[in-house]
Design a protein around this ligand. Structure first.
Ligand SMILES: [Mn+2]
Length: 242
C-alpha cells in the first residue's frame, strides 16, 4: 500500500460533499438574482455588500466562503477590491465575487456586468475573457487533466491580446476551504483528479479602465466535467438596463 497526502484525499468529493457545494452555489445564484434587482444608479458598493450578507442570512446560509467582493467602475481593475463608498454610475463595469457555505462546503462564483450599454472596449474584454474560460472548459471536457496545460490554453489566448495582464491562476480546488489543492497555475505539476471541484476564473484587469472576471465551478468527471454554475454569462445577459 502507498501512502497518500491529506490534500489529495480531501480533493476527491463524495456525493454528499458535492450536494453541499451545489446547494451553496444555488443559494449564491439566488442572492445574485436579488442583487441584480436592487442595483440602481447612486447605490454604493458597501450597500450592495450589506444586501448580499443580509440575503445569505435570509436564505439560511450565514457562513460565507470569503468576504464578498463588490466593485464598480475602475475598481473592477483591482483583483481583490474591498467594497467602498463608491457609487454606481451609468457606463460602469460591475463585478461580484462571492460564495457561501452549506454544512461547511464552499461555493465560489464571479460575474461581471455593465450598467447600461458597454462601450466597444468593455465588450471586447468581456468576450475575450469568456472565450478564455470556454477554451479551458473545452480542454477539460476533452479529457485534459494536467493543470498547467489547462491554465495555458486560457493564458495564451489572453496573453496574445493583453500581454501579461492575467495575473492570477486560472482556478483552484473548492471544498471546506475556499482555496484548496489542486491549482491551475502556469508552473503547477498538479494532475486534476476525478471527483474534484475546481473553479475556472480567467480575468483581465486594466488599470484606470476596469476589469472582467468570469468564474464558474466545475465537477471533474471520468470523461469530462459538469459545470455546477447556472448563472448566465453571455454578453447579452451581462448588459443591465439602467
Ligand atoms: Mn475563486
Amino acid at each position: 500500500m502507498k501512502t497518500k497526502l491529506i490534500h489529495e484525499v480531501r480533493a476527491i468529493k463524495n456525493k454528499k460533499e458535492i450536494a453541499n457545494i451545489i446547494k451553496a452555489q444555488r443559494i449564491s445564484e439566488r442572492v445574485l438574482g436579488d442583487v441584480l434587482k436592487v442595483l440602481k444608479t447612486g447605490i454604493s458598493e458597501i450597500e450592495i455588500e450589506n444586501f448580499i450578507k443580509k440575503y445569505f442570512i435570509k436564505y439560511g446560509a450565514p457562513i460565507l466562503s470569503f468576504p464578498p467582493i463588490v466593485s464598480f467602475g475602475k475598481n473592477t481593475a483591482n483583483i481583490h477590491h474591498e467594497p467602498s463608498k463608491t457609487k454606481l454610475k451609468k457606463g460602469d463595469t460591475i463585478m461580484f465575487d462571492f460564495g457561501c457555505t452549506v454544512n461547511h462546503y464552499c461555493s465560489d462564483m464571479t460575474r461581471t456586468y455593465f450598467w447600461s450599454e458597454p462601450n466597444s472596449k468593455q465588450k471586447k474584454v468581456y468576450l475575450n475573457v469568456l472565450k478564455a474560460q470556454e477554451l479551458a472548459l473545452d480542454k477539460i471536457q476533452k479529457g485534459e487533466r494536467r493543470a498547467k496545460v489547462i491554465d495555458k490554453v486560457s493564458r495564451d489566448f489572453l496573453g496574445k491580446r493583453y500581454k501579461k495582464n492575467f495575473q492570477h491562476g486560472l482556478g483552484h480546488g473548492v471544498g471546506t476551504v475556499i482555496h484548496e489543492w489542486p491549482n491551475f497555475k502556469p508552473k503547477s505539476e498538479d494532475i486534476i483528479p476525478v471527483g474534484c471541484v475546481m473553479t475556472i476564473e480567467p480575468g483581465i484587469y486594466l488599470k484606470g479602465f476596469g476589469g472582467v472576471r468570469i468564474e464558474d465551478m466545475v465537477l471533474i468527471t471520468k470523461n469530462g466535467c459538469v459545470n455546477l454554475t447556472k448563472a448566465s454569462k453571455s454578453l447579452e445577459s451581462a448588459i443591465l438596463s439602467v
